[in-house]
Structure formats: C-alpha cells, structure tokens
Design a protein around this ligand. Structure first.
Ligand code: GLN
Length: 481
C-alpha cells in the first residue's frame, strides 16, 4: 500500500475502463473489497462494509452494459465510500455514536441517490468523529482511524475514515461532510483533494445534521478531475432541502484544464506570521510559485476578522448542534436506556443521553445550550452572528481585489493519535483556516501541496466566490501537472 496518488487508478479512468469493457464493474468492486480486507483491519476507515450489496450493484451495471444501457453514467462502476452520517436506505447509519448504533434509515440521502444514478457503487460507510464533532476521528464510538501515511498519526477529521479509505487506495473517491473543515482538513492530512461546496450547492437531505447553517457534503478524491466528476453528480437543487440552491450547476469537467492564466490569487500574509509550522509554509509557498509560474498573479489582502473566526464558529456550531441533537431522546430516534420500574420519562431522557453521547458531544451540547440561554444569548450567540457578517464582508472586500483566496488548510501536518485529545481548545484552534468558509458560505478546496521534511502531506486551501467551484478545481489541477 502506498498513499501516493499515482499508485491507484482515478475514478475517471475506472469509469472509462468499465465503459470500454477493459474491466468489469464486478472485478473493480472485488478489487476494492480486497483492498479493504487487507488494509482496514489496521486503519479502521470503515464502520460498515456493504460488500454483498456492492457486488450485486456492480453485477447489475455489467448486465446493463452488456445490453448497451447506462454507458453515459459518469461514475460508471466506480466504488465509493461515504461518511457514516449520510443516510443509506436499509444500511446502518451510526454517525459514530452509540445513540445511533443500530439505526437503519428507511431512506437515502439525496447525495447517495445521485451517486447511484451516476453509476457509482457505494461500498461502505466510513468512520468519523461522533456527529462530525472533532478534527481527528478519535471521538468515534467505534475507535480511531489511522492515517495511511503514518499509522501513529490521525487522518484528521471529522471525515477521517473517508480520507484514509481514499489515501490507502481502498476506493478512488469518497464523500465527506464539512461544517468547519471536516472535508478539507482530513484531505490535507492525507494528501487528497477535498472540496467543501458553496452553502446550498449540494443537498443536505439525509445528512445527519450537526450545524445546519454550516453543513455541506462534498467530494474527497486523489485528483481535481475526480472531485469535479463527483461534485457534478451530487450538486444542484433538491426539493427535499429548502436551503439547496436553484443556481445552475456548470460543467465542472469542462472547467478543468482551464489553467490559471490571469487568475488573481489573494494571500493574507499577516495570518501566517505565527503559529504555522515551517513545513506547511514551505509547501504553501511552493504552491504559490507553481501558480505564478503558470500565469497567476499574487495580490496582498487582509482578512481582519479572521482572528475571531474560531470563537465565532464554536459559538454558532454548538448552538445549532444543541438544538439539532435534542431529537435523540430515546423516543423518536435510536437507542433508549433501560429503566427500572421506579424510573420515569425524565430518567429515560437523561439516561439515554448520558449513555448515548460521548464526552465531546456532551461538551458541545452544554456549551451550545449555555450560549442560547436567557441572559447569555445577546452576549454570545447574537454577537457571534454579528461578527459572522463582518467576516463575510472581509471576503466581499477581498474579492474586489482577487478571484480566489489562498492560505494553508491547516497550521500543522497530521499530529499523533492522542496528542490533542486532552485539550479540546488546542484541537479547536487548529481550525483557524477552515471555519471561515463555512461561516461565510463560500466554496473552499484543499489540494495537496507536497510533503514536509518528515514525509507528511501538506494541504493548500483555496476559497472562491459563491458558486465558483470551477475556478478552485481548475487551479488545484495546475498543482498536479
Ligand atoms: N473540527 C471542527 C469541529 O470540531 C469541524 C468539524 C466539521 O467540519 N464537521 O467542529
């Protein structure tokens, strides 16, 4: 197993091979299952592997092909892993929580249905921090996932299982979700392309909610071309999600190869003055040099409110989470604690939630409940919403000067398992570069930008104007040449 992108075929080449008859969907699916069987006992990327279902789907694709049907499907026979906070009809969906350990949804998330319509074969559900709350996949009721580049380290989180599955070559592409960086940070830690689409670009129907004004689903792949392929399949309005946009989805595949000639890249240098690892800065500067060599122009920008982004994010995200997670009460959803004869409804709520949720989730529910409570609402929640508006204005100003904003995805490369679990604040501060995209709704992508001297992947982040994922993908592709 090598986590290098070139070692494994891309989603696009797999679909082409199946289309032209070079390989069958069943062969591809079986190879993917074999890679999972040999790697996953060490990495724990998967919560559930749906091998039989996947092989049946693949066989159907091969049968269709024999009749000449379905050949235009862009992800024809591509095995994909999906984060286990996306509902899959008839397949357990846990959000890595004890409270949903046995939850089998009666319906699939829109993104899952769309992947299937595009010809993809969903091969399994990947590990995450419980309810997506975390940055290391260590807050999972099912145990931590390991980083294929260095198994003593975290793959990042919360979509760490999806990142590890793709980086280890178990699947060419996966879906993650991103509320404050959960696609981009694990993509950066595992040397992948990870894209958080513009808020509203992708349906959230069937995504187990963490913070509804911040959550988006997006692709995690080894190449920009594959990210474009997957995003095109899942994007677009969905009548089941009132926040999904009617904005037309352009051909993202057509945008590839467009290059960066004349692209103005805004660089907020003042944000990089301290606390950023030297290996990360070197990778970042190397990426900027590649872009300028390819015809882009660098522009100095300032994003003055970024210093407040992490506290603002942790106020808003926890407030929304405390409300979203109130549904897990042992009555409507999931597990219920067993009661003695003397215990009543109140005990049922308290015990179910005490036993069902892990420490990090409880910490967030308490914080979120506090900031929404009478007497603190104005001081914390309302103030955070006001600063959120100022952050968005920073970016509106910046986009007067440049077309995309570049910064590292993370201040440091993948850290060791256990290194930050004792200090939640330390872990939260690592989100400094990623949370602004969620607070503003802007699209943001992390692309591989080389390795540190220790051989760990570096991610460079690009943020774009609303609905301009195409420019991000085209720029990311330039780094692959
Ligand atoms: N690390 C952030 C958090 O812990 C982001 C998580 C996410 O994007 N789901 O909340």
């Amino acid at each position: 197993m090598t986590p290098t992108p070139s070692a494994h075929p891309s989603a696009r080449s797999i679909a082409d091979d199946i289309r032209t008859g070079r390989r069958t969907a069943v062969e591809v699916c079986a190879a993917s299952l074999a890679a999972i069987a040999s790697n996953d006992p060490r990495l724990t990327a998967f919560v559930t592997v749906t091998g039989e279902r996947a092989l049946e789907t693949a066989a159907r694709i091969d049968a269709d092909r024999a009749r000449g049907a379905g050949l235009d499907r862009p992800l024809l026979g591509v095995p994909m892993a999906v984060k286990d906070n996306l509902c899959t009809a008839g397949v357990r969906t846990t959000a890595a929580s004890r409270v949903l350990a046995d939850y089998v949804p009666p319906y699939s998330a829109t993104v899952i249905t769309r992947l299937q319509e595009a010809g993809a074969v969903v091969i399994g559900k990947t590990n995450l921090d419980e309810f997506s709350m975390g940055s290391s996949t260590e807050h999972s009721a099912l145990g931590a996932t390991r980083n294929p580049w260095d198994e003593a380290r975290t793959p990042g989180g919360s979509s760490g299982g999806s990142a590890a599955a793709v980086a280890a070559g178990m699947v060419p592409a996966a879906l993650g979700s991103d509320t404050g960086g959960s696609i981009r940070q694990p993509a950066a830690f595992c040397g992948l392309v990870g894209l958080k689409p513009t808020y509203g670009r992708v349906s959230r129907y069937g995504l187990i909610a963490f913070a509804s004004s911040l959550d988006q689903v997006g692709p995690m792949t080894r190449t920009a071309a594959d990210a474009a392929l997957v995003l095109e399949a899942i994007a677009g309005h969905d009548p089941h999600d009132a926040t999904s946009s009617h904005e037309p989805v352009p051909s993202l595949r057509a945008a590839l190869g467009r290059g960066v000639v004349g692209l103005r890249i805004g660089v907020p240098r003042t944000l990089l003055q301290d606390g950023v690892d030297q290996g990360i800065l070197n990778g970042f500067d190397a990426a900027l040099a590649r872009w300028t060599a390819a015809g882009a122009q660098l522009v100095d920008i300032t994003l003055p409110h970024t210093a407040h982004a992490v506290p603002v994010y942790y106020l808003i995200a926890t407030a929304e989470a405390s409300s979203n997670l109130s549904r897990y009460d042992g009555v409507r959803y999931g597990a219920r604690a067993s009661l003695t004869r003397e215990q009543g409804l109140r005990d049922a709520y308290m015990l179910t939630r005490a036993q069902g949720f892990g420490d990090e989730v409880k910490r967030r529910i308490m914080l979120g409940t506090y900031v929404l409570s009478h007497g603190y609402y104005e001081a914390y929640y309302l103030k955070a919403q006001q600063v959120r508006t100022l952050l968005r204005r920073d970016y509106d100003d910046a986009f007067g000067l440049c077309d995309v904003v570049a910064m590292p995805t993370t201040p440091s490369p993948a850290y060791r398992l256990g290194e930050k679990t004792d200090s939640p604040l330390q872990m939260y501060l690592e989100d400094i570069f990623t949370v602004s995209a969620n607070l503003t709704g802007l699209p943001a992508l992390s692309a591989p930008a080389g390795l540190t001297s220790d051989g760990l992947p570096v991610g460079v982040q690009l943020m774009g104007r609303m609905f301009d994922e195409a420019t991000l993908l085209a720029a990311a592709q330039v780094l692959e040449d």
